[in-house]
Design a protein around this ligand. Structure first.
Ligand code: SAH
Length: 208
């Protein structure tokens, strides 16, 4: 009961902040964020805050998840690639909107835990891999949508090349500790259009 109230309060906050897309709000409503949050932070599962997870990483703030999901403009027949599975929460939200989500995480422990959460919640349209996401997933490319949930000084070129024509990528750019900007990049037949969305703070995207 308490949880339900907490969730409603969070959804109302997201709405007040301007996230009015009902598909995005409904996806967030359907995913139990408490399942992706460590036992010691259960009471904060529906606060609009990033929280620590294993391996020194973080589960993103719900409002950032909502804005990134909105910016991606996912449609139900699309194939989406996520770099940085982390807790698995963002992938789970995307799984409610897309046909299939591919998600890559470099930390084996996080990868394993996220995978077991997806099984438990019967999110059968998520495929995961443990490895370096900066290389993308060439065997399944191209992707209609790509989301990167860790930040580097530059957008990895392998990811740009694995975006389909007309496809959209949402990614932070900027080094750890300095200003990071969330970008929305759309691929066209002859290049890419880039839009700056907002300032953000993500953990580093580590290649290799
Ligand atoms: N989307 C996550 C956010 C996790 S934080 C969530 O909803 O919880 C970002 C994650 O990116 C971290 O788990 C980190 O280990 C991972 N990461 C960093 N560099 C990576 C890389 N090159 N390939 C794959 N994952 C990476």
């Amino acid at each position: 009961m308490l949880r339900a109230n907490d969730k409603i309060r969070l959804l109302m906050k997201l709405r007040r902040e301007g996230i009015t897309d009902t598909r995005v709000l409904s996806a967030i409503e359907q995913i139990p964020r408490e399942e992706f949050v460590d036992a010691r932070f259960q009471d904060q599962a529906y606060e609009d805050t990033a929280l620590p997870i294993d391996a020194g990483q973080t589960i993103s703030m719900p409002s950032v998840v909502a804005w990134m999901t909105w910016a991606l403009q996912v449609e139900d027949r699309m194939k989406v690639l996520e770099i940085g599975t982390g807790s698995g929460y963002q992938a789970a939200v995307l799984a409610k909107l897309a046909r299939r989500v591919y998600s890559i995480e470099r930390h084996r422990d996080l990868h394993k835990i996220a995978e077991s959460r997806f099984n438990q919640l019967r999110l059968t349209n998520i495929t995961t891999r443990c490895g370096d996401g900066t290389k993308g997933w060439p065997e399944v490319a191209p992707f209609d949508r790509i989301i990167v949930t860790a930040s580097a000084g530059e957008v990895p070129s392998a990811l740009l090349s694995q975006l389909s024509i007309g496809g959209i990528m949402v990614t932070p750019v900027g080094e750890h500790g300095s200003e990071q900007i969330l970008l929305r990049i759309q691929r066209h037949e002859h290049g890419y259009d880039t839009q700056h969305l907002m300032n953000v703070r993500f953990v580093p995207l580590v290649s290799g």
